[in-house]
Design a protein around this ligand. Sequence first.
Ligand code: PBG
Length: 332
Amino acid sequence: MFIERKFPNTRLRRLRRNNNLIDLVSETSLTSNDLIQPIFIKENLNGSEEIETMPNIFRYGIEKALKEIEDIKNSGINSIAVFPVIDTANKDSKGSQAANSNNFVSTAIKAIKKEFPDIILIADVALDPYTDHGHDGVIINNEVDNDETIKILIEQSLILADSGADIIAPSDMMDGRIGLIRNALEQNSYKNTILLSYAAKFNSKFYGPFRDAVGSASSLGKSSKSSYQMSSKNKEEALHEVAMDINEGADIIMVKPAMPYLDIIHLIKDSFKIPTFAYQVSGEYSMLKLSINKGWLESEVMLESLISIKRAGADAIFSYAAKEISMEMQNK
Ligand code: PBG
């Protein structure tokens, strides 16, 4: 596809002479519709508390969360991803609360959907908010047991669908869970529940601040998720994961983290041509935000990072900066 380009007939700077020209020929666009705001909702909390390792990001009690969601909507964002922060007293080795139909997250989802019926609500499927060891599944014989975990994930999924979640998002990386969850949804008349599979989720240290936020960091200690999350050295395996999940009934595929894995996003979008989301995770957010707050980087780096993720091929992006960026775009 090489076309000969010769100076001075070709001067690429002609199209860079002012911002209107630059915008006119821009290949990538980012709008509020492309952004999803994750939100932490904490059991038994009144008001809100800032997360130490995530500047400007808070855990909200349910009342305060409803106010925050109003703000998110006013910023132009229509989609949120809800992450519960569970009381230590309600955690156990099996993550039993995940399968309790009156648990905190189901109450929270109902309250949110009652007040904001049109908001697209995405709920995480995994046991880590509920386990006292911080793993995404149950441990049997010193291993996170794939098949026993899936049994609980199915119950968790049905509860989330029943509570009113529009999209349920298994982030646990067990093999075969998409197919089994899809079957259970079909059999229980949740045929329109959308499955967003964290298909290519890497074993990443960039999740550190999130684990502080939900309290799984201290539970996990030195234990690693490398027996289920992907190695950062692999990309063909990501194609394999995605192919499996599409065959099993996933509607949308997620790549996570985003910026250190732009090649994966690109490869997946290019290969499968299906809705592909990316998650700008807590560590990505915090390193940028902290540098911005300290004046070491200009605030535009946040938008630039999101553009890079879109350019790589993501259709939508989970980002802790979603509301803020969307407000900036509205005011332009
Ligand atoms: C776990 C889960 C994680 C994130 C979302 N769901 C962390 C992990 O795998 O330990 C990370 C998100 C982030 O870092 O922002 N089910």
